[in-house]
Design a protein around this ligand. Structure first.
Ligand code: PMP
Length: 369
């Protein structure tokens, strides 16, 4: 068969290991997964009651226009309904954007390391990829701007960035948006937006009115705790949304996801509670890093990238055997770091205790050599 030749260079997305597979492999009865930045507190109880009270028929297609969810999200964000596009997770929106704008002969600019799916989709579409290394864990917007030319169709800005947890400050983002030519779509991926505490974080939804070439991506997978139901959305000028819509596959958000996401966005108390608990959880990690003199990037997300000064895969494996699934930084561009999702207080205590033991063993081994 005549596959696109670039497809043969790719491997499928590698998700964090699943709890079931690790349980079986290591014969453990308690596994804590801190690998995929899911919400350790689950989702709002209002979501559960909404799902109990409105069981959609299995035999009926979902509402392809996501009418009720669209009304709720538009009213929550105070944008108009035609400024929103929904996806089967924000992964799906990344795919729709790539499918709509990337092709051989076009190029796309992104930071590296950043979220893998920008590059993955660009490779599939055959576009040239211009990767600009992070500067101290942060987007180097000056170099990203310098990489833009007439053939650039999309620029990806992940803020806060996965896997470093760092964000772009308001003045830097505005200066960047002021310069980017109007033929370039700027995708601002805010998957972790709800966790951000920084005072100088911008209000992306307000920026949409000012920059007609900006689209903001958000998701129900993180703080809203609905990763399994796959609901994400993009918000941008209605002309962008109108252009993207034909590339969206029919019925791409399932009925359960629509009901759950609508109930979730209407419970901001739950969101605030999780945000506060996450902030306290991050402090547990910061204290540990200071105590063990480990470098880390201050995070505005529900994960933290810690330099363990040892082979990341080794650290990952050690924690796995203690029942903690984290992410090795090796595949993420940080070969001596671990990316750990902030869990509940007890989960954080547990993973940090195990990490402390790993570091002790490493130090012993170093002394013996
Ligand atoms: N963007 C970023 C930065 C992410 O970390 C993720 C999830 N890992 C996504 C997008 C995709 O999230 P989802 O498809 O679940 O909305």
């Amino acid at each position: 068969m005549r596959w696109k030749k670039q497809l043969l260079t790719l491997t499928p997305y590698q998700p964090g290991k699943s709890i079931e597979s690790v349980k079986k492999q290591y014969n453990l009865d308690r596994i804590v997964k801190l690998a995929s930045n899911e919400n350790p507190f689950g989702c709002s109880s209002k979501v559960l009651s909404a799902l109990e009270n409105h069981q959609p028929g299995f035999a009926i297609y979902p509402d392809g226009y996501m009418t009720s969810l669209r009304e709720s999200v538009a009213s929550f964000l105070t944008v108009s309904q035609d400024e929103i596009i929904f996806g089967n997770g924000s992964d799906n929106i990344i795919q729709i954007i790539s499918r709509s704008l990337l092709h051989p002969g076009a190029n796309t600019v992104m930071a590296t390391p950043s979220f893998s799916q920008y590059k993955h989709n660009a490779v599939i579409e055959g576009a040239e990829i211009r990767e600009i290394p992070l500067l101290n864990g942060q987007h180097d917007l000056d170099k990203m701007y310098a990489a833009i030319d007439d053939q650039t169709n999309v620029v990806w800005v992940c803020s806060p960035n996965n896997p470093t947890g760092t964000y772009v400050a308001e003045n830097e983002l505005i200066a960047f948006l002021d310069k980017v030519p109007s033929h370039v779509l700027v995708v601002l991926d805010e998957a972790y937006y709800e966790y951000v505490f920084a005072d100088d974080y911008y209000n992306a939804i307000e920026l949409i009115g000012k920059y007609p070439n900006l689209i903001v991506l958000r998701t129900f997978s993180k703080i809203y705790g609905l990763a399994s139901l796959r609901v994400g959305y993009g918000v941008g000028n209605s002309s962008i949304i109108q252009a993207l819509e034909p590339a969206r596959e029919p019925f791409n958000v399932n009925s359960f996801g629509q009901i759950a996401a609508q109930a979730a966005i209407n419970d901001q108390e739950f969101v605030q509670d999780c945000k506060e608990k996450n902030k306290q959880g991050l402090n547990q990690f910061y204290d540990f890093c200071k105590q063990h003199e480990l470098e880390y990037y201050p995070s505005q997300t529900n994960f933290i990238l810690i330099n363990i000064n040892a082979d990341a895969n080794q650290g990952f494996q050690y924690l796995l055997e203690k029942g903690y699934i984290v992410r090795s930084g090796k595949a993420l561009g940080f070969p001596t770091s671990l990316r750990i999702t902030v869990g509940s207080f007890e989960q954080n205590e547990g993973v940090l205790k195990a990490l402390g033991e790993f570091l002790l063993e490493q130090n012993k081994a170093k002394l013996e050599n």
